[in-house]
Ligand binder design. Structure first.
Ligand SMILES: Cc1ncc(COP(=O)(O)O)c(C=O)c1O
Length: 391
């Protein structure tokens, strides 16, 4: 018996993640993996979180084990607004909606703003979890070119002149998957085009704090959003722990109120235990030193990977500098199909994510995403050598 007649029209548009399929391949300890997309568990402050968890469960059960406000725990909203202001976004706790990870924010926004057939402009390449949320609402995804400075304004302008863009989804800080940082002048240009053509921007910023160089300007577009058209997303996943499903939205009042109603229907409130733990951690002043530790942890690994790429791929490929975030993105000769090559790589004990699935226009077959998050320095060096011999 088939239940497909029971499924909604949107369900017919659901797309499974093309990269989760690869994740199954790479849990083998014999394989050196550049394929993951997750933080390294060694960065999770487990002891501090364990004692906070015990404290909030024992001493604050009426909050930590109870339903909470849909907007989020008030003190956490305050702390998030403070983080927003540190990032130069003018905001208060009233402008914040806590979400069950920023992934939920993407889903709520898609639900609230998109009708079937609406055009969502996404970067080429873009984050697959973002595209999944838009596809799930039967939107049409249109790719916008990027170069090393971020979105190419002419490409966005061209799309805006041909199609009515409803939404632009961008990850300006150390993008997943490309690792790129959009320049501030490009951000201004993107904002100008959005103002001219009247579309909403989702500015997704889970990686802005993970920076490994001194001269990177990660100031969000939202800080210069005079019309309230930028919906800013943040997350504790990459700096604290993604198992504490805790992200947030900062948006204008009218949009936020709608998203709050969508969230009521989705889950009433984000997990209050997760929020209580994050709230205590942040309120105790532990976040800033934690971010420093996480940066230090990844900085060396990132250097090792980039150095190894220079040794084995110089003149044969191009890769992004990964001044922050978790990824570098490599572009090989046009005739190399990285998806076809992946089984050979795995047979040789090294794994990566083929770049194709990150491009909504079907391009990018000669690209791959590499993370430096998982492996030790020795294994990074060995893995790049293996990759070099295969390619
Ligand atoms: C660009 C981007 N946005 C959103 C997310 C979702 O993060 P979370 O739901 O854990 O906050 C991720 C996770 O990898 C991501 O890379």
């Amino acid at each position: 018996m088939s239940f497909s007649p029971s499924f909604s029209r949107d369900a017919a548009s659901f797309r499974p993640s093309a990269i989760r399929a690869f994740a199954k391949l790479i849990n083998d300890p014999n394989i050196i993996s550049f394929a993951g997309g997750v933080p390294n568990p060694d960065t999770f402050p487990a002891d501090a979180l364990a004692s906070i968890a015990e404290k909030v469960i024992r001493e604050k059960r009426a909050i930590s084990l109870q339903y909470g406000p849909t907007r989020g725990l008030p003190r956490l909203c305050d702390s998030i607004a403070k983080i927003g202001r540190e990032r130069k976004i003018e905001c208060s706790a009233d402008d914040v909606l806590v979400t069950t990870g920023s992934q939920q924010a993407l889903d709520l926004i898609a639900h609230t703003l998109l009708d079937p057939g609406d055009v969502v402009a996404v970067e080429l390449p873009t984050y697959i979890g973002g595209s999944a949320s838009f596809f799930a609402r039967s939107a049409e995804l249109a790719g916008v070119q990027q170069d090393d400075d971020g979105i190419v304004p002419e490409s966005l302008r061209e799309l805006a002149s041909k199609r009515r863009i409803k939404l632009l989804y961008t990850i300006p800080n150390f993008q997943n998957p490309s690792g790129r940082l959009m320049t501030q002048s490009r951000r201004d240009e993107v904002l100008r085009i959005a103002n001219e053509h009247d579309f909403v921007i989702i500015e997704d910023d889970p990686y802005g704090e993970l920076l490994y160089v001194d001269n990177a300007d990660t100031t969000p577009m939202k800080s210069r959003d005079t019309e309230g058209r930028v919906i800013y997303l943040g997350s504790f996943s990459k700096v604290l722990a993604p198992g504490l499903r805790c992200g947030w939205i900062i948006a204008s009042k009218e949009i936020l109120e709608r998203l709050e109603i969508a969230k009521q229907a989705a889950d009433l409130c984000s997990g209050t235990l997760d929020q209580s733990i994050v709230d205590e951690f942040v309120a105790s002043g532990a976040l800033a030193p934690q971010i420093e530790r996480v940066r230090a942890f990844y900085r060396g690994k990132r250097g090792t990977l980039i150095h190894a790429l220079e040794k084995h791929f110089a003149g044969k490929a191009k890769w992004t500098s990964a001044d922050g975030g978790l990824f570098t993105f490599m572009t090989l000769d046009a005739d190399i199909d990285t998806a076809a090559l992946v089984s050979k790589a795995v047979a040789n004990g090294v794994a990566y994510i083929p770049g194709g699935p990150f491009f909504v226009d079907g391009s990018g077959r000669n690209t791959m995403r590499l993370t430096f998050a998982k492996e030790s320095d020795d294994r990074i060096v060995e893995g790049v050598a293996r990759l070099g011999s295969i390619v």
